[in-house]
Design a protein around this ligand. Structure first.
Ligand SMILES: [Zn+2]
Length: 428
């Protein structure tokens, strides 16, 4: 399938229409299921399931792994499992100060992982070329043949035009606005590339990891900036430009700092990693003691130095973090009130060390101010994969969305149900 064809790839919300897609999704989240269980969970007839499973087994995507030990009397039920080795997907999360790449197998298991510097002041051309090199290198070092890679999920801040694979913002630099990100990376790698919002991808990644005990929750994502996401009944709400729940640009009560968006008092301007670093820089002896020196491309590294000092018990380092966490707690109150949530997840590289402090302070703000606090105490959780959730979500988005036929050699885009036989090399 060509690039034009890929643009018509349905999003996962639409992608659930295919029977095979629903079966693969269920097996990816549940591990093993019998045909009877698949029929029960999808509401489809036994005949439809049997037919679809036969096609998936013939295509090498699913295999039988023995009999269901839970079963009582009756005809023995064979358990089905995804063939993890059949395909892989790459997820890339990138922002100005950090890049994470993960490679997942077809069942969602992690094959490889790399943490790299962010785009810095580089333009999109140089950044995408470097990403293509890193991905090629990571696949080679881990023995993953390119032919087994279904596609790449590229995860960035919003707003985005996901159809065209472009950013609709001049952040981090003007040349990023409407640069053909996915088309450029796709032609360099020879793989389909999908664009996704970082907070949405992180929510997706956490849901997949089974780390959230509810299918309706909010997520606060903090890397260089602050973003948000909301999953309702298991589906993410993306908004018009993949930039829904932008709580980094909620103006806070008492805030006055000028924000890149043109407003004043936004959560990101008052409480984002840069604001924390600036506060430490204003105290020269403290900045020197903590090794904080303030280059724009080193914001997360400086923030991490402050967080580590807090972790070691440095009370001077705790003050700017606690101030930031209280501000973000205020934004979390808005998030919880707007969507009537009882769970908020914290994800993103800024929470790697400082996460427990933020969790505690944000929970305290919610307990004090959330409208629903009398009904239930909103819970704040740290993501299970706090720094890689977004990249994992990007790779999962590919596994769940790109038709298998799009990558099988010598197949056309009109393969029925988007399934055709994958290559088998490397399968085990
Ligand atoms: Zn703003």
């Amino acid at each position: 399938m060509d690039i034009e064809g890929r643009r018509r790839v349905p999003h996962i919300e639409d992608g659930r229409v295919t029977t095979t897609g629903r079966i693969l999704d269920l097996l990816r989240t549940q591990g093993t299921l019998s045909r009877v269980e698949l029929a029960g969970r999808t509401g489809l007839t036994a005949a439809t399931i049997t037919h679809a499973v036969r096609r998936l087994i013939e295509g090498g995507l699913v295999h039988e792994v023995g009999l269901d030990p839970q079963q009582g009397r009756g005809q023995p039920r064979r358990l089905l499992e995804l063939n993890a080795a059949s395909w892989c997907a790459v997820g890339i999360q990138i922002d100005r100060t950090t890049t994470t790449i993960v490679v997942l197998d077809f069942a969602g298991g992690r094959i490889a992982h790399a943490g790299l510097r962010g785009s810095g002041g580089d333009g999109p051309d140089a950044t995408i070329a470097a990403l293509a090199d890193h991905v090629t290198d990571l696949l080679r070092r881990n023995g993953v043949p390119q032919e087994r890679v279904l596609g790449v999920g590229l995860v960035t801040h919003g707003p985005q035009d996901r159809e065209r694979g472009t950013l609709l913002t001049a952040q981090p630099e003007p040349e990023w606005l409407e640069f053909p990100l996915t088309d450029t990376l796709s032609s360099l790698l020879g793989l389909p590339v999908l664009l996704e919002n970082d907070a949405t991808a992180a929510a997706f990644g956490e849901q997949w990891a089974g780390a959230v005990p509810t299918d309706t929750f909010g997520l606060i994502y903090m890397a260089s900036g602050i973003g948000g996401g909301v999953v309702v009944d298991g589906e993410s709400y993306r908004g018009r430009a993949s930039n829904a729940v932008e709580i980094g640009h909620v103006a806070l009560n008492g805030g006055s700092a000028r924000c890149v968006c043109g407003n004043r008092g936004c959560a990101q301007a008052e409480a984002g990693p840069r604001a924390v670093v600036e506060q430490v820089l204003a105290d020269a002896p403290l900045a020197e003691r903590l090794g904080v020196n303030g280059p724009p491309d080193g914001t997360l590294a400086d923030f991490e130095r402050i967080a580590r000092a807090w972790h070691r018990g440095d009370r001077d380092a705790a003050a700017p973090l606690e101030r930031s966490a209280r501000w973000i707690g205020q934004a979390a109150v808005t998030l919880v009130n707007l969507f009537d949530l009882d769970t908020v997840v914290l994800a993103g590289p800024a929470f790697v060390t400082a996460g427990p402090l933020y969790r505690e302070r944000i929970a305290a703000e919610l307990e004090l101010r959330a409208l629903s606090r009398a009904l239930s105490r909103p819970e704040v959780r740290l993501a299970a994969n706090v720094d890689t959730a977004a990249a994992i979500g990007g790779a999962l988005h590919v596994l769940r969305t790109i038709p298998i036929g799009a990558r099988a050699p010598g197949t056309s885009s009109d393969v029925p149900n988007h399934i055709s036989a994958p290559p088998h090399e490397g399968a085990s």
